[in-house]
Design a protein around this ligand. Structure first.
Ligand SMILES: *Cc1c(COP(=O)(O)O)cnc(C)c1O
Length: 408
């Protein structure tokens, strides 16, 4: 058998998408065909340094050999049972993830949005059964400028017009307060409050880092007022900020932790709600589920991801190179960068709008062999694989300087 020769160019493939693929994304004009580690290669064989890493789904780089090996081994044994039966990989995955996070119990799902939806259901049920909130009166307090996914319920509490317009009617039961404002949070919490749901660092908003003390304050407030603290670490977790979890920077343990993206090792979608036993215990058979959640392939890859994080090597690398990233960006302030926020190997960089929009800067970087993505307006987000080397990071920062200081 011979595979047909690859005859379609990048431009041809991009043109071919338009009539047949929903236009819910506006990708950079690069068509990736292969990847390894920090590098991707397009159809024509051009190489790019991946400074986005699938929005942190590729924390361990593309095709990390340990993860690929775990996936291959599992593909040869068993891939799916549904939860109608047990599978021999799930216990170890749940044990290792609980151990890594310091929590008790795992609810395995697939995508990030499903983990968020699951946590909302669990929090509501907890409010009725444990806290004693009157039927259908439970509220969940969230932060403005949040990003928790794209389902109907989740966009119900988004503050982004593009995410919401045209998609109502919305799910009630959410209160929105400004991020990083403990007084506003306190004012919104009452006897109906099931949970406070926040991102410890707001990724899509532009890597917005709250003041020191905010997360500890949310922990203290939720404990004092008797509601749950749900930390959405789907993007901030699993090594990105230099710790296993971003909440560790303030020594905080939430009641429910949401993981996704990197949990699937860049191979399969794997997400999870990880929680205290007395919280997740509100779910009983039939009340929640997922055909693919906890499937043996996902569990094998997820276990291998936890195994990589148990070494501490990736967290350490992100912390060490995070200093290089921060110093490199600090040196660009006034040279096209008007401000930035960074923690670990994660940064939101505000570009001087006179130089170009985030999109234009992303396209110029692409032409120089660096892949990033803009968020809002003139902000670009940097989130390279945690496997990036110091030389690669220095080279990316050099290219950014070049793009910002050259004539467009
Ligand atoms: C990406 C993301 C989600 C949604 O994950 P999907 O897998 O795209 O559904 C939820 N919360 C945060 C913080 C995210 O970054």
């Amino acid at each position: 058998m011979t595979a047909p020769a690859r005859t379609r160019s990048s431009a041809d493939l991009i043109r071919a998408e338009a009539p047949v693929l929903a236009h819910n994304y506006h990708p950079l004009p690069v068509v990736v065909a292969r990847a390894e580690g920090t590098w991707v290669e397009d159809v024509e064989g051009r190489r790019y340094l991946d400074m986005l890493a699938g929005y942190s789904a590729l924390n361990f780089g593309h095709r990390h050999p340990v993860l690929i090996e775990a996936a291959h081994r599992q593909l040869d044994q068993l891939t799916l049972t549904s939860r109608a039966f047990h599978n021999d990989r799930l216990a170890q995955f749940a044990e290792s993830l609980a151990e890594l996070t310091g929590l008790d119990m795992v609810l395995p799902m697939n995508t990030g949005a499903e983990a968020v939806e699951s946590a909302i259901k669990v929090a509501r049920k907890w409010a009725y059964e444990v806290k004693g909130v009157a039927p259908d009166q439970a509220t969940i307090v969230v932060a403005a400028d949040n990003f928790h996914g794209r389902t109907t319920t989740i966009v119900s509490f988004s503050t982004d017009d593009t995410a919401r317009t045209g998609f109502g009617p919305f799910t009630p039961g959410f209160r929105i307060v400004p991020y990083n404002d403990l007084a506003a949070l306190e004012a919104a919490v009452d006897e109906t409050t099931a949970a406070v749901l926040i991102e410890p660092i707001q990724g899509e908003a532009g890597v917005v880092i709250p003041d020191d003390g905010y997360l500890a304050g949310v922990r203290e407030l939720t404990r004092r007022t008797g509601c749950l603290f749900i930390a959405d670490e789907i993007q901030s977790g699993l090594g990105r900020t230099g710790r296993t979890l971003a909440v560790e920077h303030e020594s905080v343990v939430p009641d429910m932790l949401l993981l996704g993206k990197a949990l699937g090792g860049g191979i399969v979608p794997v997400s999870a709600v990880v929680a205290r036993r007395d919280v997740l215990a509100v779910l009983r058979p039939g009340e929640h589920g997922s055909t693919f959640g906890g499937n043996p392939l996902a569990a094998a890859v997820g276990s291998a991801v936890v195994g990589l994080l148990e070494t501490g090597e990736f967290q350490r690398g992100a912390a060490e190179l995070g200093v290089v990233l921060r110093d490199g960006l600090a040196a660009l302030v006034g040279k096209g960068v008007v401000g930035f926020r960074a923690r670990g190997l994660w940064a939101g960089v505000d570009i001087d709008p006179a130089i170009g929009t985030g999109r234009e800067i992303s396209e110029r970087l692409m032409r120089e062999g660096i892949l990033v993505k803009d968020t809002h307006g003139s902000t670009i987000r940097l989130a390279p694989p945690l496997t990036i080397t110091g030389e690669e990071l220095a080279s990316a920062l050099g290219t950014l300087e070049k793009v910002l200081t050259q004539e467009a």
